[in-house]
Design a binder for this molecule. Structure first.
Ligand SMILES: [Cu+2]
Length: 229
């Protein structure tokens, strides 16, 4: 009888040990997931009541777990670049966006995306010129590299690519304005608080099925969230 009781205790001990190990593994996995999540860059309200959101798209981000992936950097209030697509914005605020586009381009799969939508005046300024529609074939000859889309806010801004054979083509990020780029600026209004998904509609995940895997489906690259607070 004594032996049976000891055996039960041993089994309970083993069970407890196994349970503790499982909890430990879960904590390790969750911590690992949190460690790899890109940071959220906060764009605070300015005295003028509007905010500036400055971003860049690079053909290869050059940092983090996937340095060869296409993706974004977002500038914080101090001017430092962070490789992320998680952006915090104040609600009911005009957001002035500056996008430095350093990647090469191609055709749009859907010509509906050539129309600039959801921005102030229905335009974006491409290297200083107001445009309401882009033409991937004629305007620069370098196609469309990426699009900035926030479906819930009706925003669609296609970005012209640069020549992949440009002498000063940025092959790895973070890029700087001495390298080949297009500058796209536009404004939009945030409205009420919420979390809004944004993404690119150009299948730019090179080397992945139909170009829609890898960077196209991972936060920090071609998909992200606007956290409007
Ligand atoms: Cu893209």
């Amino acid at each position: 009888m004594k032996g049976v009781r000891l055996s039960k205790g041993a089994r309970a001990g083993a069970l407890l040990f196994g349970f503790a190990a499982l909890i430990g593994l879960l904590i390790f996995a969750v911590a690992g997931y949190l460690r790899t999540s890109p940071p959220t860059v906060s764009v605070g309200a300015s005295s003028s009541g509007s905010v500036n959101l400055v971003m860049q798209t690079d053909g290869a981000v050059g940092v983090g777990p996937h340095p060869s992936w296409v993706g974004y950097f977002v500038q914080d209030a101090s001017g430092a670049w962070h490789q992320t697509t998680l952006i915090q914005l104040p609600q009911n605020t005009d957001v002035h966006v500056t996008l430095y586009e350093y990647d090469s381009g191609g055709n749009l799969r859907n010509s509906a995306w050539s129309k600039i939508e959801g921005t102030a005046g229905g335009v974006a300024y491409i290297n200083g010129t107001a445009e309401s529609v882009v033409n991937p074939n004629t305007n620069t000859g370098n196609g469309i590299a990426h699009t900035f889309n926030v479906p819930a806010l009706g925003i669609n801004v296609p970005m012209y690519g640069v020549s992949g054979s440009a002498k000063n083509f940025c092959s790895t990020g973070p890029c700087n304005t001495s390298q080949a780029h297009n500058t796209i600026t536009f404004s939009f209004h945030t409205g009420g608080a919420g979390i809004f998904r944004w993404q690119c509609f150009v299948p730019c995940g090179l080397g992945y099925l139909e170009g829609n895997g890898g960077p196209m489906q991972n936060l920090g690259y071609m998909a992200g969230f606007l956290k409007v607070v």
